[in-house]
Write a protein that binds this ligand. Structure first.
Ligand SMILES: [Zn+2]
Ligand SMILES: [Zn+2]
Length: 322
């Protein structure tokens, strides 16, 4: 099947209703200016350095650890805290996680929250900047992130966050944590090479794995929620969009794959509503609550469980009829 045909079959009904003239050859791709995407492109190219630096367990473990810590900062803080305010925390904690989140090279917390709030207002309808049904899967995955009009922060969309000058500062200087992490991984590798040569790592190797590979994996895993989680999986709740629940995406994003749940109840701190819906970010938040680091976690609303029960009843009746 031609990519064009494949993309068109994925278009949602919502997309047709709102804009029947959408096309895949879109001038939308002209909105990407090469000069502006050089930083993102460079991090991807740096992964090729693995050909020269090789690997070691120390480097792979560091890459995984940095992926997990930063994915938690993105899902629990950039998303559930800054974008949706689903729990409360101290000013210092919010700043620390804003900085860790920024080291993911997904821009600042205010930029992220402003775009995400807009996504919830217009999911899969005209005005949604990343909808696979409207603009094609590649655009919803990374095209929108690189497009010139989407690069500035709309501070008006985050009046609750603008109140904190330190958050505005980190949003403006979001590149600083990225560079700090890059330098840290190099120094860590160089230090280990000197003091623990048995680990077989080096500054360059730790930089390629801990910084470049870890960041690229983190990018694409996060972006699947805008692309694949609006295409593949189960739709439990009748939301006005194409959001889906997907176990695999929930595992790689520490809980964000329960995206249909999330679109149905975006104010809940948890996205997995049942014990079998693995939501690691929520488990960590629950642990942080015990330690007094976060509080007032919004529970999943009652209607979530009433609606699930209603859907199951309908399914049973249909089974009996069949
Ligand atoms: Zn969504
Ligand atoms: Zn959301």
């Amino acid at each position: 099947m031609q990519p064009e045909t494949l993309a068109s079959t994925r278009r949602s009904d919502a997309a047709h209703e709102t804009n029947p003239h959408v096309s895949d050859h879109d001038p939308q791709w002209n909105l990407i200016h090469w000069r502006r995407i050089l930083p993102t492109l460079s991090i991807h190219l740096l992964c090729l350095g693995v050909i020269w630096v090789g690997w070691s367990w120390a480097a792979v473990i560091a890459a995984l650890a940095l992926y997990l810590v930063r994915m938690f900062a993105i899902t629990a803080f950039y998303h559930r805290y800054f974008s949706h305010r689903t729990f409360r925390t101290h000013r210092a904690t919010q700043f620390i996680f804003a900085a860790i989140g920024a080291s993911s090279a997904q821009r600042g917390p205010l930029w992220w929250a402003a775009h995400h709030r807009e996504h919830h207002r217009r999911s899969d309808r005209e005005g949604d900047v990343h909808s696979p049904g409207l603009q094609g899967v590649l655009w919803s995955h990374f095209g929108w992130f690189l497009a010139e009009p989407n690069i500035p922060t709309n501070y008006k969309a985050t009046p609750d966050l603008v109140k904190f000058p330190e958050l505005v500062w980190i949003n403006r200087w979001h590149v600083a944590p990225v560079l700090a992490l890059a330098a840290f991984t190099w120094l860590l590798g160089a230090g280990l090479a000197k003091w623990a040569p048995g680990l077989g790592t080096s500054g360059a190797q730790m930089f390629v794995w801990g910084f470049a590979i870890s960041t690229v994996l983190l990018h694409h895993a996060t972006f699947t929620i805008n692309s694949l989680a609006h295409m593949f999986g189960r739709k439990r709740y009748p939301t006005n969009d194409d959001s889906r629940n997907n176990l695999l995406l929930a595992i790689i994003t520490l809980g964000e794959g329960w995206h249909n749940n999330h679109h149905y109840a975006p104010g809940a701190a948890r996205q997995g509503f049942y014990w079998w819906e693995i939501d690691i970010s929520y488990y960590v938040l629950a642990l942080m609550r015990r330690l007094g680091l976060v509080w007032d976690l919004n529970p999943a609303p009652e209607r979530v469980y009433r609606q699930s029960a209603r859907i199951e009843e309908v399914a049973e009746v249909e089974e009996v009829r069949a």
